[in-house]
Design a protein around this ligand. Structure first.
Ligand code: FAD
Length: 392
């Protein structure tokens, strides 16, 4: 496949007819009319369109919201695309009418950017487009954007016990958003990120065309593998490269309290984390433990003072992460970085009220880290504070 043309308006020139719609009627009506005008008779879009007058609107909107901290979204329309042409039509109509869209796959965006907006908008929901085709013979798979990463792991495991795909830990992450942001997980030292293991993709560009790697060119193909995709195109599907995994994987966990020398372990870990054999992925998880406050300083003190369901994860780099030059991908800070830190706060509607103060305290952790050992370790990237619920 090289390039598929966008659906055209029957009997009319597209831009002219859409512009005419805007003059008198509200944008929502214009948008719905435009969708209908562009819909293909073989794949009518009306079955994929939800507005507030539809009884399923609320459940479609809410069922994929993961982060209860985010204010209730208020989209004008949800298009739960059932066919690639629905994505094309949505892009064409939103562009020609100036209506913003949010693209939603797994809905795990930390800030809810796939379903909230401060201007009138429509949600382009990808959850119906979730097919996965595994080809063990050529060690690849085509995966639609709406599939979860857990579904991908499951389908690969059904076909082969010695293949896998390097991606995140949380099984409900959407393939659409996860891979465009990079996608790091337990195999990143061995194979790099998810986006390093993508060999082709199908996208809808701003003109509503379906493009693949060849027809889009290498610049765009590079940009959305680590740099996020929403401002460039809509990802329809990825062709991913399967990687070799051993039939048996060894997992171990070592717990240490501060009194048992945890600080020494952390210090030593920082010397070796990115230099260990690529087959080893050893990450650190910090968690406050009740009754374990004495003797803690700096970051430990902040974490334990928060005394909530907070955690801190140090993900080691090195290995493949140091071998892919950052000029080759949109995902930066690779070689020369020892590890990446995630700060997390587990939330639920029940604990919602306490969250604001917890978030403020959590933001202090990076500041506390500066004097903890040596400042150069700060260069390893404190990239993000995760404020979210978990993989439900
Ligand atoms: C609990 C939790 C655990 C996590 N664990 C990991 C982890 O282990 N490793 C890791 O690397 N990351 C992890 N993340 C981060 C996660 O990878 C990103 O938040 C990712 O963007 C989520 O993708 P999504 O499709 O689920 O989310 P969405 O909210 O649907 O989308 C995220 C962003 O991508 C855009 N987008 C979604 N689909 C498309 C599409 N088809 N085309 C174009 N743009 C699209 C959205 O508009 C939005 O801007 C975690 C996040 C959470 C909340």
């Amino acid at each position: 496949m090289s390039q598929r043309r966008p659906p055209s308006v029957k009997g009319k020139k597209r831009d002219k007819s859409d512009a005419a719609l805007t003059n008198s009627t509200p944008v929502k009506d214009n948008f719905l009319q435009c969708l209908s005008n562009h819909s293909q008779s073989a794949n009518p879009i009306n079955e994929a369109v939800y507005t507030s007058s539809n009884s399923s609107f609320s459940s479609v909107l809410q069922s994929y919201i993961r982060n209860h901290r985010i204010a209730t979204p208020n989209p004008l329309v949800i298009i739960a695309a059932k066919d690639d042409s629905h994505v094309q039509v949505t892009v064409i109509c939103s562009k020609s009418l100036g209506l913003q869209i949010r693209i939603r796959s797994g809905s795990h965006d930390y800030d809810g950017l796939s379903y909230v907006f401060n201007v009138p908008f429509a949600i382009l929901d990808m959850f119906n487009l979730r097919s996965i085709h595994i080809n063990v013979a050529d060690e690849s798979a085509w995966v639609q954007a709406g599939a979860s990463i857990g579904e991908v792991y499951y389908r690969i495991a059904e076909k082969s016990k010695v293949h896998g795909f390097p991606a995140g830990v949380c099984s409900t992450l959407g393939v659409g958003g996860h891979i465009t942001g990079g996608g790091y997980g337990n195999m990143m030292r061995k194979y790099g990120l998810s986006s390093d293991n993508v060999v082709d993709a199908q996208v809808v560009d701003v003109k509503g065309r379906i493009l693949d790697r060849k027809s889009m060119g290498e610049d765009l193909f590079c940009a959305f593998r680590g740099g996020g995709a929403a401002s460039f195109c809509v990802i329809l599907s990825w062709k991913i490269k399967l990687v070799a995994v051993p039939a048996t994987v060894t997992v171990f966990e070592v717990e240490r309290t501060v009194e048992q020398g945890a600080m020494d372990v952390v210090w030593k870990w920082q010397q070796v984390a990115d230099k260990l054999d690529e087959d080893l992925f050893v990450r650190l998880l910090f968690k406050p433990v009740n009754g374990n406050k004495e003797g803690l300083e700096s970051i430990w003190k902040v974490l334990t003072d928060i005394n909530e369901d907070v955690g801190m994860t140090w993900n080691p780099y090195g290995g493949k992460m140091s071998k892919i030059p950052e000029t080759e991908r949109a995902f930066p800070r690779r070689a020369g970085n020892i590890f990446k830190i995630q700060l997390s706060l587990l939330t639920s509607p029940r604990t919602q009220e306490r969250h604001f103060s917890t978030i403020v305290l959590l933001a202090l952790v990076p500041i506390q880290m500066v004097p903890i050992k040596k400042e150069e370790y700060m260069e390893s990237s404190i990239s993000r504070i995760i404020l979210t619920d978990w993989c439900v």
